[in-house]
Design a protein around this ligand. Sequence first.
Ligand code: NAD
Ligand code: DAU
Length: 350
Amino acid sequence: MLVTGGAGFIGSNFVHHWCHAYPEDRVVVLDALTYAGNRQNLATLEDKDHFRFVQGDICDGALIKKLLQEEEINTVAHFAAESHVDRSILGPGAFIQTNVVGSFTLLDAFRQHWNDHSSPPDYRFLHVSTDEVYGSLSADDPAFTETTPYAPNSPYSASKAGSDHLARAYYHTYNVPTIITNCSNNYGPYHYPEKLIPLMCINILLGKPLPVYGDGQNVRDWLYVLDHCRALDTVIHQGKPGETYNIGGNNEVKNIDLVKMLCRIMDELAPHLPVKPSQELITFVKDRPGHDRRYAIDATKIQTELGWAPLVTVEEGLRQTVGWFLTHRSWWEPLLSEEYQSYYRQVYAS
Ligand code: NAD
Ligand code: DAU
């Protein structure tokens, strides 16, 4: 298996899941190690015979062809992406390059590799995507299904939509066995500090303001990352080429309520906090431009056709995540680098 973006948040959780579940499978990670990639996330696997890490870019077609050939890859799990909406607003170019051009390069190399091997039926290309391609829901709208029309609103979601269309077209035009998954917001270990949940956990621990965008009433559908990894495992083994599967936690929460839950759990679990109750740190800040109001996933298809369902409730998942950030200070402290501080100033300067 080739896992692109395997040093990022979801990719590294997936690699740990896969190596634990299928210790005989060879797993090759291809990751450019951008600001979001961290080899530490895979440190415990580095000495395993069945594991290989390659630093490289998914836009490098020659490198991908070489890896597909020499490692005899039959499955690609494609996670590599620029993934943060706020960064896509500050600088969309990198999102087009990696998410559109990089995904195209990978798909096309895989098409040739699959053709070279006489189109074997067991090959798979899993394209990991997002619910954001469907746009924004209002309070009364039904949740996104696999047939909801695409309506991406940010440069990030537009670039992911572009890559989804390419993955779909490669199945319909060339029969390449692609499968697309569109998942809701993940959270859990190894989550990069720029995203809502890790940012709030870290700021509570540091006694810094907790910046809630706009009125805090935006809704996200939260899924514990290991439930997502189990869903992807199920799709790789049982999903049908050419199909799309929505993945979600059935856990819609308003941002402000989520932040208050994190404060409550952190107040309970942390032995010492600079400010307690930590809710006192909540600060409403200027809204994200074009901020989608609500996402919600209807996961009926993957549940009924493939038998997957989430196992972790938001309360359990948040407790585990808060516990992880409490005990992994040595993981997140180095990430609060000058580059991160500079990004932070740009987004949060009002
Ligand atoms: P992340 O930003 O934490 O990790 C992305 C990884 O991709 C990093 O390791 C980075 O170094 C690597 N990468 C970036 N550009 C690359 C390039 N050109 N070549 C090779 N590697 C490159 O992202 P994540 O949150 O783990 O998301 C993984 C995938 O899942 C993305 O495709 C994202 O769109 C999708 N997704 C994320 C969520 C979520 O809530 N985080 C939800 C649904 C779908
Ligand atoms: O829905 C899936 C998507 O979820 C993935 O495709 C993206 O890769 C992932 O980043 C995530 O996108 P969001 O924009 O929903 O996640 P983020 O953690 O950035 O923000 C979650 C919500 O919290 C959103 O409504 C914006 C708000 N927010 C975020 C930050 C960072 C705040 O109010 N304050 C903040 O400081």
